[in-house]
Write a protein that binds this ligand. Structure first.
Ligand code: FES
Length: 204
């Protein structure tokens, strides 16, 4: 993994996804989904979404839609992964005991593979979509807020100011009551992620 990120190229990537059936769609296709007949749409919204995260560089993320909800897929730098446990004392629920995630999502990394973090892009306060602010100790000014000198990298919700770390764990004394939710997902290969299932299909 290349840990040297060219920050000027950091950007939110809209995923080119391939889903089961027709579900692996990016945001732009959502209005189109709404025009389908209800049974096809309902079926599509419940299907898993396949994401090829192999093109993500360390420090980048993409966003896909699963069951009508935006989902972040973040590729974390090696340094970020190594320091995830350093700021537990600043977090409201560091062990995610009171937050939502599958049983197999444990520890500070909250991931099946620590390199990739997958979580709903839905603030647990009132549902806004947080912004990515991944560089530790950078002087971020997001939505008029200074994230502070000791910022460890994470997400910032511009609606009411909730802050989350790089595992979607909310900091203490924030409007948001819980960590960002981690949906069920599985790896089908090194960087192919199936969002919406606990296990990848068995190969024939
Ligand atoms: S919706 Fe995110 S802080 Fe209120």
């Amino acid at each position: 993994m290349n840990d040297e990120v060219d920050h000027s190229r950091r950007r939110l990537l809209t995923a080119a996804t391939v889903g089961t059936g027709v579900v692996g769609v990016a945001f732009a296709a959502v209005p189109f989904l709404a025009s389908w007949n209800p049974s096809a749409r309902a079926k599509a919204l419940g299907a898993p979404v396949q994401v090829d995260a192999s093109k993500l560089e360390a420090g980048q993320m993409l966003k896909v839609v699963w069951r009508g909800q935006p989902v972040f897929v973040v590729r974390r730098t090696k340094s970020i992964v190594e320091h995830l446990g350093d700021h537990d004392a600043m977090l409201a629920d560091p062990s995610s005991d009171d937050s939502l995630q599958p049983d197999y999502i444990k520890g500070a990394a909250r991931a099946r593979n620590p390199e990739y973090w997958v979580g709903l892009a839905v603030c647990t306060h009132l549902g806004c979509s947080p912004l990515g602010a991944f560089d530790p100790n950078q002087a971020y000014q997001l939505a008029g807020t200074d994230l502070g000198q000791n910022w460890p990298g994470g997400f910032y919700c511009p609606c009411h100011g909730s802050k989350y770390d790089m595992s979607g764990r909310v900091f203490k004394s924030m409007p948001a009551p819980k960590n960002l939710t981690v949906p069920p997902y599985a790896f089908d290969g090194d960087a192919i992620i199936l969002i919406g299932v606990d296990d990848a299909p068995k190969k024939a």
